[in-house]
Write a protein that binds this ligand. Structure first.
Ligand SMILES: *Cc1c(COP(=O)(O)O)cnc(C)c1O
Length: 415
């Protein structure tokens, strides 16, 4: 059908419906490099404002780190801008293989394969390895890209209640006759900042002869004593059969992802994974910068230690100020507001106070679970966080939510 006036009206109507529900996402323009302090232009506003950034995945503050930028320049000079090819035709440079080796070493896995993004890694890995004789058993809150990957895979699929090990065990028993069982989870859940209980998951996997898949996008580089991620935090490095992660968050923040784990699984991805076979190689400047990031992280734990210190300060400060925050061990600290409009209003007022945060609401989080997700970075310092705290306190007071728990906030504002 041609793009008729009728179709235009239909699609326009869908956009209107999104706006009317207050769910329309506007993008803000950032006029500076990514950092803990950025210059932002709000939609509709003609002025920019310098703000403290509390919503980037720039956990280690490496997105604009001078050594990382210098390494990217070096990669650009020595290996060029782009590959103009997928990996298996003429898109594999020495540095791609070097980075795959270094990632395996860092993550404590047998082998690694780069993908254009972690979304692509998740989209490609299941279909490449599993078939109708297998079953995928996933946590109900896994990342959207994992759900896409599962949809593309012919294996049977079932879910277990979020982080509920009794439920997972039941499912493992239920599928005992399958060729293989793959437990699928995020390492850190990005909306709540809680961790999957990988120690228990690995025990169950052993007991019921299952494999374990972990997406560690929100953990690689900083969780665990030396930043190796959720498996290190739980003492199960080497036991994860498939680990996916991103170079687009703590590990430099540009783009690129990988599947890391059992040798044969990684090799099957090289042979069959469609986003690997049919999408361009990761650009040389990114590869070069990622190698530098791994150098930095292997030389010292200073950055992840600083992030941990900032996280501890921020969690206790917000809690003491009377905000309803989600408890956890990660630098993702959600301030619960339950009501979508309230979350947006508070985010707007915080912006006026020089604090950059975003309200999250349905469909990004379940309806009635609206929140402002704050994220810490090693780039923050305590005085900066203290300033941010003052702004939060001022705005929290204005809305009369300090000291209120879930019930109190919902009684006042509804969901
Ligand atoms: C961000 C994220 C991804 C996507 O990573 P990209 O490399 O940006 O595609 C995948 N999984 C999880 C859990 C994420 O948080």
């Amino acid at each position: 059908m041609a793009y008729s006036d009728e179709l235009r009206r239909t699609l326009g109507g869908e956009l209107d419906a999104i706006r009317e529900k207050g769910l329309f996402k506007e993008e803000r323009f950032i006029h500076s490099p990514q950092s803990s302090d950025i210059r932002v232009e709000y939609p509709g506003g003609s002025e920019t404002r310098d703000v403290i950034n509390l919503c980037a995945n720039n956990y280690l503050g490496l997105s604009s780190h001078p050594d990382v930028i210098a390494a990217a320049h070096k990669g650009l000079d020595e290996r060029g801008f782009g590959m103009s090819s997928v990996r298996f035709i003429c898109g594999t440079q020495d540095v791609h293989r070097e980075l795959e080796g270094r990632l395996s070493e860092f993550l404590g896995t047998e082998e690694t394969i780069l993908f254009p993004s972690c979304l692509d890694a998740n989209a490609g890995v299941f279909e490449a390895v599993l078939g109708p004789e297998d079953v995928l058993i996933s946590d109900r809150l896994v990342h959207a890209s994992i759900i896409d990957g599962i949809r593309l895979c012919k294996a049977q699929h079932d879910t277990y209640k979020h982080a509920n090990m009794e439920h997972l065990e039941k499912k493992l028993q239920q599928y005992a006759d399958k060729r293989s069982r793959l437990i699928v989870t995020d390492g850190v859940f990005s909306m709540d900042g809680d961790l999957a209980p990988l120690d228990r998951i690995c025990e169950l996997a052993e007991q019921y002869d299952a494999m374990v898949f972990v997406d560690d996008a929100h953990a690689s580089g900083f969780l665990g004593k030396t930043g190796r991620g959720t498996p290190e935090h739980f003492g199960v490095m080497g036991k994860i059969d498939i680990l996916t992660t991103t170079l687009g968050k703590a590990l430099g923040g540009a783009s690129g992802g990988c599947v890391s784990g059992r040798k044969e699984i990684v090799e099957l991805c090289r042979q069959r994974a469609r986003p690997y076979l049919f999408s361009n190689s990761v650009a040389p400047p990114i590869v070069s910068a990622a190698l530098k990031v791994l150098d930095i992280l292997s030389a010292s734990t200073e950055r992840r230690d600083k992030l941990e210190e900032n996280t501890r300060f921020w969690r206790s400060a917000l809690g003491e100020a009377g905000f309803a925050i989600k408890q956890g061990d990660s630098p993702i600290v959600p301030v619960m507001l339950y009501n979508a409009k309230l979350a947006q209003d508070i985010a707007r007022d915080l912006y006026a106070e020089g604090i950059y945060v975003i309200g999250f609401f349905f469909p990004v989080v379940p309806a009635g679970q609206a929140r402002i997700r704050t994220q810490l970075s090693a780039d923050h310092d305590i005085p900066t966080l203290q300033r941010a705290l003052e702004a939060f306190r001022k705005v929290g007071e204005k809305y009369g939510i300090l000291g209120l728990d879930k019930k109190g906030i919902i009684a006042k504002y509804g969901t």
